[in-house]
Design a protein around this ligand. Structure first.
Ligand code: ARG
Length: 720
């Protein structure tokens, strides 16, 4: 594997890159793309971008929560990220009386900041290559054996590089489809406080209608702060903790920019699969994506009906709704773009080329005779798997009920008095409290009925859990009649012990597996999961192991086939750098999209009282007065709200800093454009754009709309 690196690095000089595509590893920038970055407008040294000895930009970048990016913007640990990344923290801090989601929130001094329970940020300390170590342990192994050994070795390395006493966590990331392994070492801080957020009508302006679309007018940002112990060490929340003194923070530029200017993005792209096969594309467009979209559609409609009418329900469901809706629209768009741009056919051509090259090469020449068989074996069950995870378990009640399976098992195997059962009960009781707080029964009861019915209608009868639907039929009537499922769902909701404090207490005092087995919610979830685990999960495992194995060999072959080609690994929620330019684009014939949007456009979209396009009265007022202060864009004679770049990012990058050629923050990445929603599987050089909120709009919202000049004072503003 060492050779792999040498090949990668030696030939960089001779190949100019396709600058916009690529999620580059920060530790290899110097070797791979630095020269090209400079050509495109970068004015910093490679060391200023990433160094493990000196403070560098990488030290200002954090993993924010479980799936976003944030950046440090002051020497007091101030963090900028997206509004949709802070969303759960904002709704958690809110009540109908103090509705920060609706009205926004600003801390005018540190004592007003609100601890965000459960939220953490992680700083990347260093990255090391452990490929050799893992490869030598895997030597000669294949299939399940190899996969198992790989997980074991990775777990060992993670332990070795971690130091729990210092909150240091190491995670090996397999890259290039298990052809390379890097260990990423992080330090986690757990005292994070909410500092500010604009009203949702700004932070999520345009809602799901505008989501994944350009032109965009959303102020998708929120502000947090990371705290540390008096010694500057990671510590859980404590009133006496102090703001973290970071190793590095980003200056903020209010100079503005023009089309073609350099832009780079540091952050944590979650996942891509740019070497997906044609079979995988077909499985996505024909089975996986449409199934997910159809099921989410039903769930979202049920939730929306309740949220629209009741501010308390809106607060309760908003965060979960937003994340379901986000990828509902994504996967719908992905399917459309994959078909529109003939990605299936494109992948087939790539595979033809590979097969030509692989002829007579042992280890490579049989890949594409094996691969279709692997897909043929799994395809008949793929839909059922999506219907289980996105349908049956899309009901929060069923999902919670499913978490009781371990408890049932432990009672059966170890007896009701076992210590493990006691622990299970304790955990379940705590989880139940949380579940009940988040539960909206009206929508869930509809979801339960609808998804159970959809499974019945859409999934091959011989894949149904044996006897389950017959049971509904004999108790509630004709399975072709939707009313049957509604009646059944009502009965589940009124009889389950999960909603009944007295029954729950009785059960936990005297845990009896039979009581669980007879519970209508538990037996429902259990029937579908047991059906899946006993019959289909083994097939799925086999599919994954074989697909991974062939994927590894395929990519190994591609690397050999293209000696000297600079390659970046697929996104794995590890730190990457993307560089490119601010750039307009043409989405279709005769249409040109400008590279920025302004307040004029916000006002054009404004619909008073609308669920998605309303605006705060104060904002409308300020715009009328053209009160844009130092944040105005002189050329546009307006406030610039959002802009686009041709950077290569994906989900997980949300909240990432957009940085100019001299290292200043100019915006926050928050979305991708609809025309390039196939980007996880195929990057489109012409159409792909990253949608960013202009940092001048962010500052204007903080300063003029929020009145939080205290925060502006903390920043290092670059004006000239
Ligand atoms: N599409 C954005 C992303 O994945 C999330 C935007 C959140 N807004 C919304 N309307 N759901 O990063």
């Amino acid at each position: 594997m060492k050779k792999f690196f040498v090949t990668l690095t030696l030939c960089i000089v001779f190949f100019s890159s396709r600058a916009d595509e690529g999620m580059w590893l920060p530790l290899l920038l110097g070797k791979q793309v630095y020269a090209d970055m400079v050509k495109r407008g970068l004015k910093l040294t490679a060391e200023q971008l990433y160094s493990i000895n000196k403070a560098s930009i990488k030290d200002a970048i954090v993993i924010f929560g479980g799936g976003c990016t944030g950046e440090i913007v002051s020497n007091e640990g101030l963090i900028f990220t997206n509004h949709h990344c802070g969303y759960a923290a904002i709704t958690d801090a809110s009540s109908v009386e103090h509705n920060y989601l609706k009205d926004g929130f600003w801390a005018y001094n540190k004592s007003q900041e609100i601890p965000a329970k459960g939220l953490s940020v992680q700083f990347l300390l260093r990255i090391e290559d452990v490929t050799h170590r893992i490869d030598s342990a895997l030597n000669g192994l294949s299939g399940t054996e190899r996969a198992q050994k790989q997980s074991e070795v990775i777990a060992d390395i993670n332990t070795l590089y971690s130091d729990p006493a210092k909150n240091i966590e190491a995670r090996v990331s397999p890259l290039f489809k298990n052809n390379q392994f890097l260990v990423f070492v992080y330090q986690r801080y757990t005292d994070i406080r909410l500092v500010g957020a604009p009203p949702e009508s700004v932070g999520k302006f345009g809602g799901d209608t505008d989501n994944w679309e350009w032109p965009r007018h959303t102020g998708d940002f929120s502000v947090f702060r990371v705290y540390a112990s008096a010694e500057g060490k990671p510590a859980d929340y404590n009133a006496s903790n102090i703001p973290l003194k970071p190793k590095y923070f980003l200056p903020v530029s209010i100079k503005g920019f023009k089309d073609g200017d350099y832009a780079m993005i540091f952050g944590y792209p979650g996942s891509t699969n740019r070497y997906e096969t044609s079979y995988g594309i077909k499985l996505a467009t024909e089975i996986n994506n449409p199934s997910l979209v159809g099921l989410r559609d039903v769930r979202l409609k049920a939730m929306f009906r309740e949220m629209k009418n009741d501010p308390a329900v809106k607060l309760q469901l908003a965060s979960s709704y937003a994340s379901i809706a986000n990828y509902w629209k994504f996967y719908d768009g992905e399917t459309k773009q994959l078909l529109k741009y003939h990605i299936y056919e494109q992948k087939q051509q790539d595979e033809q080329k590979f097969m030509q090259w692989a002829k007579g090469k042992p280890g490579f020449d049989n890949i594409f005779s094996e691969w279709p068989k692997v897909y043929d074996a799994w395809r008949p069950y793929a839909k059922q798997r999506v219907y289980l995870f996105e349908g049956i378990l899309g009901s929060p009640l069923a999902k919670f009920a499913s978490t009781l399976m371990k408890l049932e098992n432990d009672i059966v195997k170890q007896g009701a008095d076992a210590l493990v059962v006691k622990n299970d009960i304790e955990a379940a009781t705590a989880a139940r409290i949380k579940f009940l707080a988040d539960e909206n029964k009206i929508s869930d009861q509809q979801i339960l009925a609808a998804t159970c019915e959809m499974f019945y209608n859409d999934i091959d009868k011989n894949q149904h859990p044996i006897g389950f639907y017959e049971g509904i039929k004999s108790a509630f009537g004709d399975l072709k009649d939707p009313e049957t499922f509604k009646k059944w769902s009502i009965a589940v909701f009124s009889n389950t012990l999960i909603f009944d404090d007295a029954k729950w207490l009785a059960f936990t005092k005297n845990p009896d597996a039979v009581v669980l087995q007879n519970d209508p919610a538990y037996s429902y979830a259990g029937a579908f999961i047991k059906n899946y685990i006993s019959k289909y999960e083994p097939l799925y495992r086999q599919f994954v192991v074989k697909n991974d194995e062939l994927g590894r060999l395929y990519l190994k072959g591609i690397i050999q086939m293209n000696p000297g080609k600079k390659m970046y690994p697929d996104a794995t929620f590890t730190m990457r750098v993307s560089y490119g330019n601010i750039k307009s684009y043409s989405p279709r014939d005769a249409v040109l999209y400008e590279y920025y949007t302004t307040m004029k456009g916000v006002m054009e979209k404004y619909i008073p009282g609308d669920y998605e396009f309303d605006l705060p009265a104060k904002l409308v007022d300020l715009v009328k007065k053209k009160d844009f202060g130092q944040y105005i864009d002189k050329k546009a004679n307006d406030l610039v709200v959002c802009f686009i770049t041709n950077n290569d990012i994906t989900g997980g990058n949300s909240g990432s800093p957009v940085i100019d050629g001299t290292g200043n923050l100019i915006g926050l990445a928050f979305d991708g454009n609809y025309e390039a929603l196939s980007h996880k599987l195929a990057f489109d050089k012409n159409l792909n754009r990253t949608i960013c909120v202009d940092v001048r709009y962010v500052l204007w919202c903080i300063d003029k709309l929020g009145g939080a000049g205290n925060l502006i004072k903390e920043l290092k503003l670059v004006k000239q």
